[in-house]
Design a protein around this ligand. Structure first.
Ligand code: CTP
Ligand code: MG
Length: 222
């Protein structure tokens, strides 16, 4: 089955700040979105990429990425952006990767690992890492309700990979308060498989993340 990738890139980047929409912020001179898309295209398994861009920047992003990438206007929330991009995939795409533009240093081998695991028959696949901090569940007043055992917790990255029919069904429930695509799939009762994530696949969210990404590019990555 053909593998397609959708890239939500329509966020404003409020936590990062700095004016320019986050996906277009340069990292060592090249926009984060361009880096993320090039990594997806570098996978021999990925045959189509659709990007959800900030609605006023669809043409700018189209110029940046070139004619091989379809660009659609994103929506108000990430789920809205993903839904619009999913609808723009070719009909014969049977496996979908959803990958944040804000994870510009994600290794190509992680893209391949997620896609391969779905193609091997797992309907939903997510890359995860152990969490470094202890996580507390709190109530509305900020009081601690409980402390889940840290060794049973994982931080979740992208790309997340899915059988397309399952992701489409999951997105019929997109009003659920979940913060990743797999959360919608879990709500269907479909098993979600975890594979090891990659430290470099971290999300650029706050200013210090941009500093870290620049430093990694300068010192350790090719
Ligand atoms: N995203 C999107 N459409 C939205 C909101 C987010 O396509 N309406 C995308 C972002 O562009 C990003 C990914 O979803 O690639 C992950 O979201 P996040 O890191 O939260 O980015 P922003 O929403 O841009 O940042 P912030 O929440 O700080 O404003
Ligand atoms: Mg956001």
């Amino acid at each position: 089955s053909r593998v397609g990738a959708v890239v939500p890139a329509a966020g404003r980047g409020e936590r990062l700040g700095g004016g320019t929409p986050k996906a277009l912020r340069p990292l060592a001179g090249r926009p984060m979105l361009l880096r993320a898309v090039e990594t997806l295209l570098s996978s021999t398994l990925v045959s189509q990429v659709v990007v959800a861009a900030p609605p006023t920047l669809v043409d700018v992003v189209g110029q940046l990425l070139g004619s091989g990438v379809r660009v659609v206007p994103g929506g108000a929330e990430r789920v809205d952006s993903v839904r619009v991009a999913l609808d723009a995939l070719d009909d014969d795409i049977g496996v979908v990767l959803v990958h944040d533009a804000a994870r510009p240093l994600t290794p190509a081998k992680l893209v391949d690992a997620v896609a391969t695991t779905v193609l091997d028959g797992h309907p939903a696949v997510i890359p995860v890492l152990p969490v470094a901090d202890t996580i507390k569940e709190i109530d509305a007043d900020g009081r601690v309700v409980r402390t889940p055992r840290r060794d049973g917790l994982r931080a979740v990255q992208t790309p997340q990979g899915f059988r397309r029919d399952i992701l489409r069904a999951a997105y019929a429930n997109r009003d659920l308060p979940v913060t990743d695509d797999a959360g919608l799939v879990e709500a269907l009762g479909v098993p979600v498989t975890t594979i090891p994530g990659a430290e470099e696949a971290f999300k650029v969210t706050r200013p210090a993340d941009l500093v870290l990404a620049e430093a990694l590019l300068a010192h350790s990555l090719p």
